[in-house]
Design a protein around this ligand. Structure first.
Ligand SMILES: Cc1ncc(COP(=O)(O)O)c(C=O)c1O
Length: 337
């Protein structure tokens, strides 16, 4: 089932190879190993992401250097990436936050100009497209994740899409205790991990990949209904629409409240009506572990911090019914009055 899942996934994302792993985080860690990043190497990445996209650099002793985001896309601002590069920079790790593709042509050009590796964290973006091509098809190692909140799930699980057979073989070895390429049973030729996906999860994943187009269609319908319903709501900014270069794969539905609105108050009022909502998501540099270890603080990445402070994830899943969405939007509008 692993072979079949990897083949189906690779085909769907337009990559020659995909290596299944036990989580998105495991995939990111292996992508960092693949790029050979370690002590003393700086990697430019986004503070507006789930913590794993920066933690994976710490696992190998590399130094994350945050660059602020574009307030429209909430993804890395290429100009900020360029400005963050030093002689120690070895890579850029881009994230397609909320399933919206990052600015790959600009990021690739910067990487090429400075001789840097590029890693794509597409854990939230399976099925998204950049300039008409699926995310995962551009050649840089691209990491996907299959936790149950994702577009498709294997329970826990992830995968890394790569261009070459050598990269794929190295990923398989690293995820399987560094077993030797010759396939000898108890021969371990490098430091590896148990990052294997199991066969049962792969069977689930295969069935899910086969349904992916339908899942994406349904999620886009749910998002489209929210956009229609929220169209006139004062004080609520809806997610950025697709354009010719960016086709989002809907992962979450995150709105931004106007400055000055008491988000906790809004969340409490929604909760009072049995409607869950969450700030989504906090900037990584303001997480307690990061503040303590690196001394990062408010004011360092103002665009990311602003997006974090005003964001609100609304209930969202593939089969969310219109009547429920109407109820959510009415409750949200009432909570803002
Ligand atoms: C942007 C991003 N990166 C990495 C991960 C980590 O994936 P996982 O939870 O499968 O380890 C996630 C998922 O939660 C994510 O959203």
């Amino acid at each position: 089932m692993i072979d079949r899942f990897e083949a189906a996934l690779a085909e769907r994302v337009g990559a020659p190879y995909a290596a299944a792993v036990s989580s998105g985080t495991a995939g990111l860690h292996l992508a960092v190993r693949l790029a050979g990043l370690g002590e003393g190497d700086e990697v430019v990445t986004t503070p507006f992401s789930f913590v794993a996209s920066a933690n994976c650099l710490l696992y190998e002793g590399a130094t994350p250097v945050f660059a602020d985001i574009d307030p429209r896309t909430l993804n890395l601002d290429p100009a900020a990436v360029d400005a963050a590069i030093t002689p120690r920079t070895k890579a850029i790790l881009a994230v397609d936050i909320f399933g919206y593709p990052a600015e790959y042509s600009e990021l690739e050009a910067i990487a090429e100009r400075h001789g840097l590796a590029l890693i794509e964290d597409a854990c939230e973006a399976l099925g998204a497209e950049y300039r008409g091509e699926p995310i995962g098809s551009r050649g840089a190692p691209t990491v996907f994740a299959f936790y149950p909140n994702k577009q498709i799930t294997t329970g826990e699980g992830g995968a890394v899409a790569v261009r070459t057979d050598e990269e794929w073989a190295l990923l398989k070895s690293l995820s399987n205790q560094g077993r030797s390429d010759s396939g000898e049973w108890l021969t371990h030729s490098r430091l590896g991990y148990n990052y294997r996906l199991d066969d049962i999860s792969a069977a689930l994943g295969l069935a899910q990949v086969e349904k992916l187009d339908r899942i994406l269609e349904l999620r886009a319908e749910v998002a489209g209904r929210y956009a229609d319903l929220l169209g006139d709501a004062d004080g609520v900014e809806i997610p950025l629409a697709d354009d010719a270069d960016h086709k989002r794969s809907w992962f979450v539905y995150v709105v931004h409240l106007a400055e000055g609105i008491d988000r906790n108050g809004v969340m409490a009022k929604l909760a009072g009506q049995g409607i869950a909502s969450k700030p989504y998501l906090p900037s990584i540099h303001l997480q307690p572990y990061w503040r303590e270890r690196f001394g990062t603080r408010e004011g360092m990445y103002p665009v990311s911090e602003g997006a974090s402070a005003r964001s609100l994830a609304l209930p969202f899943h593939t089969r969310l019914a219109e009547a429920d969405q109407v109820r959510v939007v009415e409750a949200l509008a009432a909570s803002l009055r």
